[in-house]
Design a protein around this ligand. Sequence first.
Ligand code: 13P
Length: 249
Amino acid sequence: MRTKIVAGNWKMNNEKTETSSLIYALNSQGDFGSTRVIIAPSYVHLAQAVSLTVDTEIEVAAQNMHEATSGAYTGEVSPAMLSSIGIQTVILGHSERRAYFGENDATLAKKVTNALDHDMDVIFCFGEELEDRKSGNHFEVVKSQISNTLFELKSAAWSKIVLAYEPVWAIGTGETASPEQAQEMHAFIRNLVQEQYNGSLANQVSILYGGSVKPGNAQEIFSKQDVDGGLIGGAALSAADFTTIIKSI
Ligand code: 13P
């Protein structure tokens, strides 16, 4: 059975005390069953988050990392730095990184390789813009984002990859993909992986949906066959909402 995952991408939110309070509140909700629960605070608070989640069900991920191992890259953070404070998972390819920080498929391929070289898990994000969907180009866009970045990987590396389909038009807009649209795209993605690799590998890969997932719509989206959980933005900033979403699986 595929791993169910709910991950909270906090983006550039929460200062030090808010980070602690939110983690305390999540810890107090307890028992998330077999669902893998991940939070991604800012770099500044990762060490704090790791220490507050020791011996809990909550894992801590980074929202990004640099593609190089070390060196003269002012302001950047390497996978070795993340590993050294106990971070085992990194989100890569978020549409905000692509749109505002110029990340492209080639950079992301290097980032993925570097993360895997440091034995980290990768939550790899991709998704089409509104114009792509309106013009019926959404499958092609998603196919090229995935294949340009991930299809050079060896089969064995895929045990460390989680896919996150986040249609850009649904992020932070309150407009979510319908459960049917999510299922259609997730099935398409799983089929792509099957064609490139094989059915058993494709069946093992968790594919998350992200984009305006809220307590009120999570259950219906998560009920779809190829949706293995969610990558949550705004609703992950509330312990009550995030917990409700986790328990919707
Ligand atoms: P929202 O849930 O706020 O739409 O954000 C989704 C997202 O970008 C998660 O990475």
